[in-house]
Write a protein that binds this ligand. Structure first.
Ligand code: S3P
Length: 448
């Protein structure tokens, strides 16, 4: 069983790139596969989750070459998938299973979706309910309609769906189904979730309409084949941003990272906590904004993260909770009950691990309150099979007294191949850099 062993790092001085964005990689594979020609996707995340997307499209008859791990040459199938000959394995990926459920609901064949133990416990009723309103025939297991899912493809009709949850996965499942439905399908969400699907629909020349929290798409459209560059994943950069921001004397540059404003909530939170951050957007023409993030470490204080901000930091909460434990004062995280149905129950996992390191944490059904500033102690922790828990607590270990061991870290391969190597580099470099490079610095972060 793989594990991380981490010791305290004096401070971080690094210039890095992070692997491709996970959400965008899934969507690039799916939209290119549906398209009317050849698409070259560069910067693809070769993590296990997105590799499952590639395998799923191949199982549906799409030809995909992968000349190198981060490049895909996808021959679009003109919306004509073939019936799969076996159940499609979505691995650990909730995004893939939910998006595929939407996509397959309107195909003229039967299919079955399966996943690993964690994915097989996650609720799929959140996508099956709206898809059923469109006429879909999908059968899951038990009241939460968990995987395996049996999908009997059928002709769908358009709906307007008021989603009770701000979830890009629900929105995307319905919009993908909408491409195969008669009429105009629309989704309204209670707060803005990540908007990659609608942005990428536009990029692939699918007609959509946006109106505040509502997105609509017309049925029977085919994506135009186009090449696509996936930016670095800000959710992966988040670990290093916190590691640098929380330590006096650190200086970090993250290059070619995605800066979509529905994903940069973490920057606003870190600035509120006192981080000295600079964001430079260098690709304004790209469908997805990308650029450079620079952070210099300094003193850090607690904050409140709640309400409409939650969907924009949903994947960053494990590392933001670690930031809260490192900050002076109290950090409140509320309205984040969604974390209970991620790869693991992330609220329980974070609270358990922070307490094991000596932090004072109160748990709520929808979040936690962390009394920051107490010294963390190295100990042996579990990842609970969740990649973001494993990585967040590896970063906590950089600040702890003694050695921190994180067990069960294979899961990191789902989203961040190369994390451990990056961690080792940072630890090795930290031991050789002794002069802090801090000078005066402006705080900047967009607030859009
Ligand atoms: C994702 C959406 C988010 C996020 C997940 C990826 C996506 O989930 O947590 O890691 O790519 O659409 P929800 O939409 O369920 O909040």
């Amino acid at each position: 069983m793989a594990e991380f062993r981490v010791t305290r790092a004096p401070h971080i001085e690094a210039e890095i790139r992070v692997p491709g964005d996970k959400s965008i990689s899934h969507r690039a594979v799916i939209l290119s596969s549906l398209s009317n020609g050849t698409c070259v996707v560069t910067g693809f995340l070769p993590g296990e989750d997105c590799q499952c997307s590639v395998n799923a499209m191949r199982a549906l008859g799409v030809e995909i070459e992968q000349p190198e791990p981060t490049t895909l040459i996808i021959k679009g199938c003109h919306r004509q998938f073939k019936a799969p000959s076996a159940p499609i394995d979505c691995g650990n990926s909730g995004t893939l299973m939910r998006l595929l459920t939407g996509l397959l609901a309107g195909q003229p064949f039967e299919s079955e979706l399966v996943g690993d133990a964690s994915l097989s416990g996650r609720p799929m009723n959140r996508v099956i309910s709206p898809l059923s309103l469109m006429g879909a025939k999908i059968v899951g297991q038990g009241p939460k309609q968990t995987a395996p899912l049996k999908i009997s493809g059928t002709q769908l009709h358009a709906i307007h769906y008021e989603s009770p949850i701000a979830s890009a996965q629900i929105k995307s499942a319905v919009l993908l189904a909408g491409l195969f439905a008669r009429g105009q399908t629309s989704v309204t969400e209670p707060a803005q979730s990540r908007n990659h699907t609608e942005k990428m629909f536009n990029y692939y020349l699918l007609k959509t309409h946006h109106d505040e929290l509502t997105v609509s798409v017309l049925g029977n459209q085919m994506p135009e084949s186009r090449n696509f560059q996936v930016p670095g994943d800000i959710s992966s950069a988040a670990f290093w941003l916190v590691a640098a921001a929380a330590q006096e004397g650190s200086h970090l540059l993250v290059k070619d990272v995605g800066l979509n404003s529905t994903r940069t909530g973490i920057l606003n939170v870190l600035v509120r906590m006192g981080a000295r951050l600079r964001e430079v957007i260098d690709e304004v023409d790209q469908v997805e904004r990308m650029g450079v993030l620079e952070v210099r470490g300094g003193s850090f204080h607690g904050t409140t993260i709640q309400g409409k901000e939650i969907p924009n930091v949903i994947d960053e909460i494990p590392i933001l909770a670690v930031a809260g434990a490192l900050a002076e004062g109290t950090t409140h995280i509320r309205d984040a009950e969604e974390l209970r149905v991620k790869e693991t129950d992330r609220i329980a996992a974070i609270v358990h691990n922070l307490r094991a390191m000596g932090a004072e944490v109160e748990e709520f059904q929808d979040g936690m309150t962390i009394q920051g500033g107490r010294p963390l102690e190295g100990t042996t922790l579990d990842s609970f099979g969740d990649h973001r828990i494993a990585m967040a607590f590896a970063i906590a270990g950089l600040f702890a007294e003694g050695r921190t061991v994180i067990k069960n870290t294979e899961c990191v391969a789902t989203s961040y191949p190369g994390f451990e190597e990056q961690l080792q580099k940072i630890l090795t470099r930290a031991q050789h850099v002794s002069t802090p490079v801090i000078s005066s610095f402006t705080r900047e972060a967009r607030n859009d």
